[in-house]
Design a protein around this ligand. Structure first.
Ligand code: GLU
Length: 417
């Protein structure tokens, strides 16, 4: 089986071959520009010091500052972060926002630490990265197991390293901040909102009535829960959910708002009283119209994709489908809205947050949502056009859109010296 980054390289090579990507640009985009690994000490609540390993991989900044989230997870490693950073470059290019791509994270299980420990870990990681991030250079954001609170700590730590009179220029060093700390309204739900806008567009294109649809969601964190709540607003029925604690099913529909409240308290979907538990391995064979993977990478593989009985896979997660999984989706005639398009709502609203910080403004929710819809549907249309023009699947088309944009930028600028 390929590693996560090998999966990206295979996706990249397929698109690059098809579109005849300039060989020089192919070489440039084939590897990340900077890979930063930091090992840093943090004092635990018991008084002992522990070492942690963090990463920030900056894939490309030809179109603008490096941009992308930070994840806290025991599986974080350089291969995964490299893949996630590369996907961010494609994502920003497809959405047509002036950013490059980066990603980072710390290898840890956040459940094992107190809030005070997590604060010290986040701050010390931010401190280790200070010379490598900045509001016009590299801008982190939330990802798996990180949130607005962690961004606020990173912002505060970064600002504290600057001379007093420069601190107010630093607000845009991270996005996904809480509203009270310079965040944007609509950022928390943005990734799920973007997934929902894409699903609406797909339904429109296929004359498909969302009010009669059934759907299933994998992962009930920020992305999965918001996608579920927003898709359900169209009248679609959420019939199965899976997360790291188990799988639940209810053919009459699961209320995503109630499930969200339950998860906020219990930290997982297991035991939710208004649905039945089912074996994890049966989840993917549930019959539904739409599947939203919103958990981790590598879920739809050679072994698992064949089980699907859905019409559409709308990827809220990054990298949920391997190259072999993609082949099976195509063979089975299952439509796909690929991650680099489908989950780009998060980084799009991060861009809006950054713009608001730059101009000391606060937009209202209607403005944020309207602009988000325009951007993400713009990307959707470009990918659909490329799919028709090159007669390829939506993922390959998404890559072609991203690579074409980067190719034009490089051709105009050339390579220094
Ligand atoms: N972590 C999110 C993603 O994978 C958001 C990144 C951002 O807002 O910079 O797209």
């Amino acid at each position: 089986m390929s590693s996560v980054y090998q999966n990206v390289v295979r996706q990249f090579n397929k698109a690059a071959d098809l579109m005849n990507l300039d060989p020089d640009i192919r070489v440039i985009l084939s590897s990340p520009m900077n890979e930063i690994t930091v090992n840093f000490p943090v004092r635990m609540d018991d008084g002992k010091v522990r070492m942690f390993t963090g990463y920030r991989i900056q894939h490309n900044n030809a179109l603008g500052p490096f941009k992308g989230g930070l994840r806290f997870h025991p599986n974080v490693n350089d291969d995964e972060v490299r893949a996630l950073a590369t996907w961010m470059t494609w994502k920003s290019a497809i959405a047509d926002i002036p950013y490059g791509g980066a990603k980072g994270g710390i290898k840890l299980d956040p459940k094992q630490y107190s809030k005070a420990e997590l604060e010290r870990i986040s701050r010390r990681f931010a401190y280790s990265l200070t010379t490598n991030i900045g509001p016009n250079y590299d801008i982190p954001a939330p990802d798996v197991n990180t949130n607005g609170q962690i961004m606020a700590w990173i912002l505060d730590t970064y600002m504290s390293t600057l001379p007093a009179k420069e601190r107010d220029t630093a607000l845009g060093v991270v996005t996904g901040k809480p509203l009270e700390a310079g965040g944007s309204i609509g950022r928390t739900k943005a990734t799920g909102q973007g997934v929902c806008f894409c699903v609406e567009q797909w339904a429109k294109d296929h004359n498909f009535d969302l009010s009669k649809a059934t759907f299933m969601v994998q992962g009930f964190g920020n992305v999965g829960s918001w996608a579920a709540k927003l898709i359900a607003k169209h009248g679609a029925k959420l019939i199965a959910v899976q997360d790291h604690t188990g799988t639940i099913i209810c053919k009459d529909g699961i209320d995503p708002e109630k499930l969200d409240e339950y998860v906020a308290e219990k930290r997982g979907i297991a035991g939710y009283p208004e649905a039945e538990a089912m074996p994890n391995e049966d989840f993917l064979s549930t019959e539904a119209d739409i599947f939203v993977p919103a958990a981790l990478e590598g879920q739809l593989t050679e072994e698992t994709t064949g089980k699907l009985k859905v019409k559409l896979v709308a990827e809220g997660a990054n990298g949920p489908t391997t190259v072999e999984g993609d082949k099976i989706l195509t063979e089975k005639g299952i439509d796909l809205i690929p991650d680099v398009l489908c989950n780009s709502g998060g980084v799009i609203v991060s861009y809006f947050e950054w713009l608001q910080n730059k101009s000391s403004e606060y937009w209202d929710l209607e403005e944020v949502d309207t602009k988000l819809k325009k951007k993400i549907i713009g990307g959707y249309d470009r990918v659909k056009e490329a799919a028709a023009k090159y007669d390829v699947d939506m993922r390959t088309a998404a890559y072609i859109v991203a690579l074409s944009r980067l190719e034009s930028a490089y051709k105009l600028r050339g390579v220094y010296p």
